[in-house]
Design a protein around this ligand. Structure first.
Ligand code: COA
Length: 168
């Protein structure tokens, strides 16, 4: 009988503008069954929303958040996610499903990615329920209006958010 292959590396792609506790939660859950996670900052499928942080700043923030976790790599990519996965020789994509409303879009992306690259699988993880209504744009908006989001982002992200918002 063929032994199941343990996926040793997964890619966790997203826009991460900025990384939140919800994203951190997905990374940590992935490390339960993977040896390494590549957190990959990509451009949005639709560039409809303007970003707050540059891609480099998002990468630096994710590195800072996981500075004590050497099983996490951080990279930026442009172009197709499946091409990035091929380059890195990774066959597993991880995505969080916060609510049923995420499902249709995520399912569409998973099937399209598999169509583009039949060797790729997408695994969906449920975040901690505390983060099921969290999004990066809500964090940006509420912080910019003086609301406290410190329980939804790491201190380093909170500091950078406040200084970025003051300077824009
Ligand atoms: N906790 C908190 N928030 C979460 C979350 C979690 N676990 N999971 C997702 N979110 C939020 C994000 O913060 C983001 O919020 P925002 O819209 O308020 O900023 C939102 O959900 C969207 O999630 P994100 O992970 O950024 O996904 P995306 O839909 O923007 O897709 C890529 C990003 C990089 C995965 C996608 O654009 C991509 O694959 N691009 C490459 C091009 C490509 O291959 N296209 C073809 C795809 S089939």
């Amino acid at each position: 009988m063929t032994q199941p292959v343990r996926p040793s590396v997964a890619i966790y792609p997203g826009s991460f503008d900025p990384i939140t506790r919800g994203h951190e939660d997905i990374v940590r859950r992935t490390l339960i069954f993977c040896d390494r996670v590549i957190v990959a900052v990509g451009h949005r499928a639709t560039q409809a929303k303007q970003g707050l942080f540059t891609i480099d700043e998002r990468v630096e923030l994710i590195k800072a958040v996981f500075e004590d976790e050497d099983r996490v790599d951080v990279a930026a990519f442009s172009g197709l996610l499946v091409d990035f996965a091929r380059e890195r020789n990774v066959g597993l994509i991880v995505r969080g499903l916060r609510a049923v409303s995420d499902f249709e879009y995520e399912f569409q992306m998973a099937l399209m990615n598999r169509d583009l690259h039949p060797g790729i699988e997408t695994l969906f993880l449920a975040p901690d329920a505390r983060y099921s209504y969290l999004s990066a744009s809500l964090v940006r908006e509420i912080t910019s209006l003086g609301g406290d989001m410190s329980h939804f982002v790491s201190p380093v992200v909170q500091r950078k958010l406040l200084s970025k918002l003051q300077s824009t």
